[in-house]
Design a binder for this molecule. Structure first.
Ligand SMILES: Cc1cc2nc3c(=O)[nH]c(=O)nc-3n(C[C@H](O)[C@H](O)[C@H](O)COP(=O)(O)OP(=O)(O)OC[C@H]3O[C@@H](n4cnc5c(N)ncnc54)[C@H](O)[C@@H]3O)c2cc1C
Length: 539
């Protein structure tokens, strides 16, 4: 048996994972100097300069020093392809390597969570937390806040082809929208991003930097949580591995898992909470048979159409030495231009199924193209219009492959498994084509490269979606909140059937939000911190 060292200190709360939500929690809980908080993070400190330059995701994604570099199992819905699933492994978690796009989702997403029985999660309940988090460059209004930790700002780069895409949307009845997080989500316009003065605003920057000198907050990096230690059904400690040793640290009040949609269900299963038969298969003693752990996995699948462009795009700028130098200089001098850019410039929310109350697809438009996101840009002028279904019906699963905490679990996304998801994918591709052929875009389009003009029938379009589609990096839902038998946490994010463990991250979403998932994960951290502090008072 390997030796386990006892941590010399005891903490009130041990938070596992200093990602998007974990950093929010660490800040809010340690704001009270009488509460002692330990934050454990498997990755290192966020010292790589590319983390802080917005366009640095090209350097931090697929880099094992900052990315877990997960791969999915071969997926039947994608013709047996396996996808890269990047996840941040560094302070700030995925908010340190993500595309910076700031989207909250639709009011109806949260009203639906409430409708599923989750008291306290309706839009009116969660809006104050989005506002509390925010430092909106445009100022405060009914939907936006100023003075919060998270800087939200306008893009510092625009291109004619992007303006043309917005005009094309209008021609097809998708109205212009300059605030997707305000009264109405539907429409087309430039994204806002989580950045301040041209630098990335991860939650490590927003929430940890201002709190890291607090004496009651201890942050341990390069510390991989192996499991939660449960005494009967009560969590008492976390066992983690750091500096070649397994250490056990006691949590006086609670253990909080904020390890993300892959990490949190994995740790829960390794701790004996999950589907009994699956745990026994790997020799893990079953503390509580909870079949929903790892289930209900959802993601946004993007289908990327690429068009050859009649005008130079970022492909030409980046592939030309002198223009590349100019890009660097522009960023150094003014913090503007392509280096200040989020993963996409233009967004459009639209309805494929006209009978729906709210948009069911989202476009991400980029004045550039590559074989895969994060790879080198093509040596010709081109742009990418990616479309994704906002509320897919398909559900996947995270499953253990081993009882070894260092082994990655199996990720089964199960994309495009239902008829609605398949039809929406095909209809989204057709709408992309109509946009490219519209009067506003026509002058910019030299020809369709992907899926390509030979792909014509619905069957061919679906086949090519299966061959081309990629994740847009939004796995959620694998420890869902609710009160049915697949629910893992209740509406106060307490794990069902055991005591003193909560889950606070994107894994608790019962259904995926209609848009990018970082802002919702921050809101979850904000709301959870209030619930945890309230519950502590009522003990
Ligand atoms: C490449 C990429 C691009 C994206 N682009 C956008 C975007 O533009 N806009 C947007 O809104 N969303 C985007 N997202 C999604 C968004 O960033 C995530 O939904 C959000 O960060 C999830 O937050 P979380 O707190 O659930 O998990 P994470 O932020 O992933 O945090 C989990 C943390 O737990 C740590 N951890 C895991 N296991 C262990 C363990 N065993 N022990 C200790 N620590 C552990 C991880 O290292 C990580 O730091 C993107 C994500 C990626 C990866």
């Amino acid at each position: 048996m390997k030796a386990i060292q006892e941590h010399s200190e005891t903490f009130d709360y041990v938070i596992v994972g200093a990602g998007t939500a974990g950093c929010v929690l660490a800040n809010r809980l340690s704001a009270d100097p009488s509460i002692r908080v330990l934050l454990l993070e498997a990755g290192g400190r966020d010292i790589n300069p590319w983390i802080h330059v917005p366009v640095g995701y090209f350097k931090t994604m697929h880099n094992p020093k900052t990315d877990w570099c997960y791969k999915t199992e071969p997926d039947p819905g994608l013709s047996g392809r396996s996808l890269d699933w990047p996840r941040g492994k560094v302070l700030g978690g995925s908010s340190s390597i993500n595309g910076l796009l700031y989207i909250r989702g639709q009011a109806e997403d949260y009203d639906h969570w409430r409708q599923l029985g989750n008291t306290g999660w309706a839009y009116d309940d969660v809006l104050p937390y989005f506002i509390r988090a925010e430092d909106q460059e445009r100022g405060a209004d009914d939907y936006h806040g100023v003075g919060g930790p998270l800087a939200v700002s306008d893009t510092r780069i625009r291109r004619n082809v992007c303006d043309a895409f917005i005009a094309a949307c209008e021609e097809l009845g998708i109205p212009p929208n300059d605030d997707f997080n305000g009264a109405r989500q539907e429409g087309a316009g430039y994204f806002q991003l989580t950045s301040r003065n041209g630098f990335r605003c991860s939650t490590a920057v927003a929430y940890l930097r201002p709190s890291k000198r607090r004496r009651n907050l201890k942050i341990v990096t390069n510390a991989l949580a192996e499991r939660v230690v449960l005494d009967k059904r009560k969590a008492t400690a976390v066992r983690y591995f750091a500096d070649g040793t397994s250490v056990e640290v006691r949590a006086r009040r609670e253990v909080i898992l904020s390890a993300g949609a892959i990490g949190s269900p994995q740790i829960l299963m390794l701790s004996g909470v999950g589907t009994g038969a699956e745990l026994r298969q790997y020799g893990i003693p079953v503390i509580h048979d909870l079949p929903g752990v790892g289930g209900n996995l959802q993601d946004h699948l993007q289908i990327r159409a690429v068009y050859k462009c009649t005008e130079p795009t970022l492909n030409d700028e980046v592939n030309n030495f002198l223009l590349k130098m100019r890009i660097g200089l522009e960023y150094i001098l003014f913090r503007t231009g392509p280096m200040s850019m989020a993963a996409s410039l233009v967004c459009a929310f639209a309805k494929i199924r006209s009978e729906l109350a709210t948009p069911d697809i989202q476009f991400h438009f980029q004045p550039l193209s590559a074989d895969k996101p994060g790879e080198g840009l093509h040596p010709y002028s081109a742009f990418t219009a990616s479309v994704c279904q906002l509320r897919p019906e398909s559900r996947g699963r995270i499953k253990l492959k081993s009882s070894d905490p260092f082994a990655y679990p199996a990720i089964h996304p199960n994309y495009l498994a239902t008829r609605t998801d398949q039809e929406t994918a095909v209809a989204g591709m057709k709408l992309t084509r109509r946009l490219a052929q519209s009067p506003a875009m026509a002058p910019y389009v030299e020809g369709e490269l992907l899926p390509g003009p030979d792909v014509v029938t619905d069957e061919e379009l679906l086949d090519s979606a299966r061959m081309l589609a990629q994740t847009i990096y939004h796995p959620v839902g694998s420890c869902k909140m609710g009160n049915d038998e697949q629910a893992v946490v209740d509406e106060r994010l307490r794990v069902r059937g055991v005591e003193s463990i909560r889950i606070v991250d994107a894994s608790i979403m019962p259904t995926i939000t209609s848009g990018n998932t970082n802002a919702p994960a921050i809101m979850i951290g904000e709301k959870a911190s209030d619930m945890i502090l309230e519950d502590a008072k009522n003990v």
